[in-house]
Design a protein around this ligand. Structure first.
Ligand code: ADP
Length: 210
């Protein structure tokens, strides 16, 4: 499964607590040519819940907990390979926009083997009650079990604080852009895009005509 360093997929990461707007931003970016949105939660939700894997996902996510790393990374890698084989995702010219993976430092280390994260966009929302409000709204609209109760919501926010936020240290400040997640979606996406187009890596990748 190992990939040489020059073959590693170029990627951007959207990081933020549940309800911070990662999925909204990922979808918008994924609609732009040469950006490919990859939402780990969507990969899990597409599993047939009658299968053992599907059952495992339901049992972890309905408690607000993370699915074990080994299983998560294996499933994620299989799905990205599948997208690449079917040419939906073109690793030589597309930028991966990761949303929901990695979710802890161990996953960050595991996926570093396959991709190169060029910038992390941290959608920051210190107001936890605003996040909870957004999740309750989403539960009504999208029928999400994991957004359905107050204790699960609190557990998901706590899991984010304890396990996902330390990822910021893994990537280091030079690769992190802080964005205020309470701004309008159009303003958040504008901030992300203006940062990307200024990155030397982006400029050289685009100019190389790959
Ligand atoms: N990378 C991951 N590692 C472990 N579990 C994950 C991962 N991605 C998604 N999950 C599981 O799927 C659930 C829903 O994820 P997601 O749709 O990304 O929610 P949100 O965007 O609200 O944070 C998580 O609470 C977790 O149980």
């Amino acid at each position: 499964m190992s990939v040489s360093s020059h073959d590693r997929w170029p990627a951007f990461l959207i990081l933020g607590a549940p309800g911070s707007g990662k999925g909204t931003q990922g979808k918008i970016l994924g609609s732009i040519p040469r950006f490919f949105h990859c939402a780990c939660g969507d990969i899990f939700r597409s599993l047939d819940t009658r299968t053992e894997l599907g059952q495992q996902f339901v049992s972890y996510s309905s408690r607000g907990e993370l699915v074990p790393d080994e299983l998560t990374v294996r499933l994620w890698k299989t799905q990205v390979d599948h997208w690449a084989e079917s040419h939906l995702y073109k690793p030589d010219i597309d930028f991966l926009v990761l949303d929901g993976i990695p979710r802890n430092v161990e996953q960050a280390r595991m996926i570093d083997e396959f991709l190169q994260v060029h910038q992390v966009f941290h959608l920051s929302c210190p107001d936890r009650s605003e996040l909870a409000r957004r999740m309750r709204k989403r539960a009504l609209k999208e029928n999400r079990l994991d957004d359905a109760s107050e204790s699960i919501i609190q557990n998901r926010i706590a899991t984010y604080e304890a396990e996902t936020k330390p990822i910021l240290d893994h990537y280091g400040t030079a690769r992190i852009t802080e964005i205020d997640a309470t701004r309008q979606p159009v303003e958040v996406v504008a901030a992300i895009i203006s940062k990307i187009v200024q990155l030397p890596f982006y400029q050289s990748h685009i100019r190389s005509g790959i």
